[in-house]
Ligand binder design. Structure first.
Ligand code: ASP
Length: 440
């Protein structure tokens, strides 16, 4: 049995955080493969090491002195090393990095050094072997991630180590050039490592005790989510509930490995368990509520639309040829609405005219300032009246519902409201389900 444990930047921001991480790792012998991020912020106004590296590299490209520009970064790592009373020196590594910066080794290479150096220190501190991700995480020559090759080489290489630290966020192309994932990509590294070694669990350690039922900036002191399925999480993260990098779900989901989101600063808290499937009759109907503002709806009406074969295809083909992404298409008998991000219409101002041309609708109008709210819960399928409760709560609070979309999966109801009603709508839905079910 092996667990993969990934620690985010805030978990490795300074020596004190490194100590907490070491204690967590040593308290469970199954925590055998460790994926660290680069040191993050120590306090609100601090700068993450990754951002320092980008800025440093840009300064060198702009003619700055590499040695001088790199000094504050070396100082951050040296402070961690000396506070931990380690005997290693990274001076040789710093020299190599500075030389590579001078040779314009690329922004990805620059950014990756945060995870690389953090991994070297952590491996030394906890007594694990260090495996450079450049040797085991592969990108194709065109820069896309090579999942199959990576899976094979990660399992082969890590199979040779009982315990190892492998830095997150980067890998290399066949020519050896370093390439990073998108920001927050160490979550993804943890996920591919977990899949490759067939882990029993992927623990993702961060600075919150898992996911919350609703955004704490909107709902005061929301409850935490104990268990969530991959499907539910996907629906919620699409709507902006972010703790985990979006792509990180897929590798472990495919391998049916659960993810446990845990808090380095509160290791005893249960956190959130993300599982392939969960109890079919969960205690709560609603698992989470999330939403986003800034959508527009294109309403299209045409007599006998339902009899006109190819109507939808013509519109969707137009969206495809124009490269326009849409969110939802709630339809009626002779009406359809296309919900798009408001930015889409700014980017494609001629879209309405093109729709008129290809679809010749009887009427078309566009409404802006729409917010979408996703109410997600696997418990909905089992219980009647969920939609009724949502709409009753909104109606009692005089919130007008502008669009409704319930997918056939029945784990998600998406409601469109005016942006001005967004926060209040989330609060009343939260209260309707969470307070009522908690008996308060
Ligand atoms: N250090 C990288 C970032 O700040 C990757 C990560 O932390 O996951 O985006």
């Amino acid at each position: 049995m092996a667990k993969v444990v990934k620690f985010g930047g805030s978990s490795l921001a300074d020596a004190n955080q490194f100590r907490k991480v070491a204690e967590i790792i040593h308290s469970d012998k199954h925590r055998r493969y460790v994926v660290p991020s680069a040191p993050g912020k120590r306090f609100g106004a601090d700068t993450k090491v990754t951002d320092m590296l980008y800025a440093c590299y840009d300064a060198v490209l702009g003619g700055g002195d590499a040695l001088k520009e790199f000094r504050p970064i070396a100082a951050r790592f040296n402070e961690i090393i000396s506070d931990l009373e380690l005997t290693i020196s990274l001076d040789g590594e710093y020299d190599r990095i500075i030389e590579s910066f001078k040779k314009k080794s690329g922004r990805d290479y620059a950014a990756s050094r945060g995870e690389y150096l953090s991994g070297l220190i952590l491996a030394n501190f906890i007594g694990y072997d260090f495996v450079d991700a450049a040797k085991a995480v592969h990108f194709k020559p065109d820069g896309t991630f090579d999942a199959d090759l990576t899976d094979a080489s990660l399992s082969m290489i890590l199979g040779g180590y009982k315990r190892a630290v492998l830095p997150g966020f980067y890998g290399a192309k066949p020519c050896g050039t370093i390439k990073t994932f998108s920001r927050g990509g160490s979550d993804f590294t943890g996920s591919i490592v977990a899949k490759a070694i067939g882990a029993s669990l992927y623990e993702n350690w961060t600075d919150v005790s898992g996911f919350l039922v609703a955004d704490p900036r909107i709902v005061e002191n929301p409850a935490g989510i104990e268990t969530i399925t991959y499907r539910e999480l996907r629906e919620l993260s699409y709507m902006g509930a972010g703790v985990l990098h979006e792509d990180a779900i897929f590798p472990v989901r495919e391998a049916k490995i659960p993810i446990n989101i845990k808090n380095t600063n509160e290791p005893r808290a249960h956190g959130t368990m993300i599982t392939p499937s969960a109890d079919s009759d969960p205690a709560r109907v609603i698992t989470g509520i999330a939403g986003r503002k800034n959508f527009s709806v294109i309403h299209i009406e045409k007599d006998e639309m339902n009899n006109e074969i190819g109507f939808l295809r013509r519109i969707l083909t137009l969206f495809e040829t124009e490269g326009v992404n849409f969110e939802h298409i709630p339809t009626g008998i002779d009406t359809m609405s296309i919900v798009v991000g408001s930015g889409v219409l700014e980017k494609h101002p001629n879209l309405p005219d093109l729709i008129l041309k290809v679809a010749r609708p009887g009427h078309m109008d566009i409404e802006h300032n729409l917010a979408l709210i996703a109410v997600v819960g696997r418990g909905m399928r089992e219980r009647r009246g969920t939609a009724a409760r949502i709409f009753a709560a909104l109606a009692h609070n005089k919130i007008n519902v502008r669009t409704i979309d319930q997918g056939s999966s029945e784990i998600n109801i998406i409601i469109g409201v005016n942006e001005d009603d967004f926060e209040q709508a989330i609060r009343v839905i939260y209260d309707m389900f969470m307070l009522a079910e908690d008996g308060s």
